[in-house]
Ligand binder design. Sequence first.
Ligand SMILES: Nc1ncnc2c1ncn2[C@@H]1O[C@H](COP(=O)(O)OP(=O)(O)O)[C@@H](O)[C@H]1O
Ligand SMILES: CC(=O)OP(=O)(O)O
Ligand SMILES: [Mg+2]
Length: 373
Amino acid sequence: MTTVFVVNSGSSSIKWELLDAESGSVYNGGIVERIGEPGGGAEDHDDGMQQILAKLGDEHPAVVGHRVVHGGAEFTQATVITDEVEHRLDEISVLAPLHNPENLKGIRAARAAFGDVPHVAVFDTAFHGTLPPEAYTYAIDADVAREHGIRRYGFHGTSYRYVAGKTAELLGRELSNLKLIVFHLGNGASVCAIDGGRSIDTSMGMTPLEGLVMGTRSGDIDPGALFHLGRAGMTLPELDQLLNRRSGLLGMTGTGDMRDVHSAADAGDENAKAALAVYYHRLRHYLGAYLVALGGADAIVFTAGVGENNAATRRETVTGLDGFGIELDAAANASSDRGARDISTPASATKVLVVPTNEELQIAREAVAAASL
Ligand SMILES: Nc1ncnc2c1ncn2[C@@H]1O[C@H](COP(=O)(O)OP(=O)(O)O)[C@@H](O)[C@H]1O
Ligand SMILES: CC(=O)OP(=O)(O)O
Ligand SMILES: [Mg+2]
């Protein structure tokens, strides 16, 4: 038994678990949400971490695993955190300003509380270290790109690694022989084309802003629109705020929570219906692209809050694709089953699956491995 304390410190929340990395049994855990908001769970991330550490009481983990969203070009695998590593993480924080500074606060507070055990950083970007240059290169001036580190990285990799492994188990196949398209649809959302367990393309880019429509993020937008807004007087911080925090479902409907968007659409709200259409349109855009990138897929997999729970999103993503060998079983898709499951017809050449993610367990396992426990 190896007890791991996992800290998943996000832009506005901190999720945490105390679990056994071998069995996956969770002893304790929780989430501090809406950090910094009026009436939220904590004043700031430092306050949030102090609350969590107080809840741990006398518990003393053998290792602490930290989700770190951006590892830059340097960190391509889970890494034991030394003072030097912490310093390097600080330097690359500018690459993910919504996420990394908060990840670092979690690391500092946890290292102060548990100074005698190894702390391991597990990176969202690490799984995408296999992206080929044509997938990670932006077609801009090569000198500017090199000087400023402008390239695509991809995120949600810890989730993709976990879900890819579970998918192979569910199908009873070797991951090395599988072509998968995995949709991670949570507040942040992305999709990944996985060939033989290796990420070959993904929708998020240099930062977690590119790609799909998200809770508060725009996803893909013509950069020319930003120049236009800049000329109209918007400042850089305002543009950052607009695209990262006031766009996506929130920007189009007034709420960034998919459940509320559906409630509104069901009640006849035209903005909500239009926003869902945009959300689905973007999902299908990437599905088509990745089917071609992989030369066909063995399975299309849905995970995270929306992907696991929202039958309408799954249906609208794959509807009308029988001619491509993708046939959803409507009843299986609509059922309230939980757990990893097949929601396609027996005849469907490409399986459609729901596979719940577990980033905390994946972080715990990688933390134990990196710390050689
Ligand atoms: N039953 C459900 N139906 C539709 N959407 C759901 C359901 N349950 C959760 N969600 C949506 O999942 C999203 C949150 O996903 P989650 O993976 O928990 O996000 P994150 O970890 O990025 O904060 C929210 O938009 C929420 O509305
Ligand atoms: C990388 C990212 O978007 O993370 P999250 O979904 O937790 O915001
Ligand atoms: Mg998440």
